[in-house]
Ligand binder design. Structure first.
Ligand code: NAP
Length: 281
């Protein structure tokens, strides 16, 4: 039976480091959170960010814009936050109302205040192995892999999902560790080759958002499985991997919920501290 790779203990350890770093700073770090309109999912995420920030001694400031705010209004607001010396980090809550394109507006956040690590400058730095601020979910997966103690050098790693927040940045971070990285996506599935790739994975990372996409019987014996997926099935939250069969074959596996999730918001707070360091250096 696989060992459970739980995110909470890892998050607690990293939070302890963050707390110490926050205490050593001259000023309390300030995270500005921008929400346009009302959305239950975004509100829940904001609540969790607020709680984490408070726990770490971070000043969390929520700014609510109307659901009919325009792109230009949001960009103007971001520019104000950029210019405000008190603000160390800016996060835009998703989802945004349909008239606002996240990719467009997020580029207006100064790279040194981009705590989500999604500004092209920060993404570009990953390519050169120089990134200090990493996309939160990709960073959370890297922390979990570190926790396994596995040497990634030369490992056969398969990522399912090539989104900009998870699969793409992870592929670069793992290449930097000299792993052999295969990235699968909808084209792989349509070509009927997903199972073939998954079967060879010594480390499997899945972020597709499709419950049961990865059959437990595909998991290589002794593999490490990181399931990023979050899917609601009836009244249950499940990942993308068939957990019950996968845990019989893997050597370690993340539970869903309780694996990657608890670490993601911790990575956001760590990015804020990195942002402060960039701003004072
Ligand atoms: P996304 O932007 O929708 O990306 C999903 C990726 O999976 C895409 O690359 C997509 O390929 C691929 N995909 C979809 N169906 C597939 C299939 N049948 N076969 C192969 N690839 C397939 O989603 P995301 O934002 O990366 O999130 C992915 C999942 O992770 C979601 O369940 C989300 O809720 C979860 N998530 C969890 C956390 C956390 O903290 N635990 C954080 C972020 C996201 P194409 O683009 O080619 O269609």
């Amino acid at each position: 039976m696989a060992k459970l790779l739980e995110g909470r203990p890892v998050a607690e350890r990293i939070k302890e480091e963050i707390r110490k770093q926050v205490q050593s700073l001259k000023n309390k770090p300030v995270l500005a959170s921008v929400m346009a309109g009302d959305n239950a999912g975004a509100a829940a995420y904001v609540k969790s960010q607020e709680k984490n920030a408070k726990d770490l001694g971070i000043d969390y400031r929520l700014h609510k814009l109307s659901h009919d705010a325009t792109e230009d209004q949001l960009i103007e607001f971001i520019k104000k936050l950029n210019a405000d010396k008190e603000i160390n980090g800016i996060i835009i809550q998703m989802p945004l109302p349909p008239q606002i394109d996240y990719k467009k507006i997020s580029q207006f956040i100064l790279p040194e205040k981009d705590v989500e690590g999604m500004h092209p400058v920060n993404i570009g730095k990953i390519l050169f192995g120089k990134a200090k601020i990493l996309p939160c979910t990709a960073a959370a997966v890297m922390e979990l892999l570190k926790e396994t103690g596995l040497d990634l050098y030369g490992r056969e790693i398969v990522i399912v999902g090539h989104s900009e927040i998870v699969g793409k940045p992870l592929s670069l971070l793992l290449l930097d560790k000299f792993a052999t990285v295969t990235v699968c996506h909808i084209g792989t599935s349509k070509a009927g080759k997903l199972e073939e790739h998954v079967r060879k994975a010594e480390v499997l990372i899945v972020a597709a958002g499709k419950a049961g996409l990865i059959k437990g019987s595909w998991i290589k014996e002794g593999a490490t499985v990181i399931d990023v997926g979050i899917n609601r099935v009836g009244d249950k939250i499940v990942g993308d991997v068939e957990f019950e069969t996968a845990e019989k074959r893997a050597s370690c596996i993340t539970p869903v919920p309780g694996g990657v999730g608890p670490l993601t918001v911790t990575m956001l707070m760590r990015n804020l501290v990195e942002a402060v360091k960039l701003q004072i250096s």
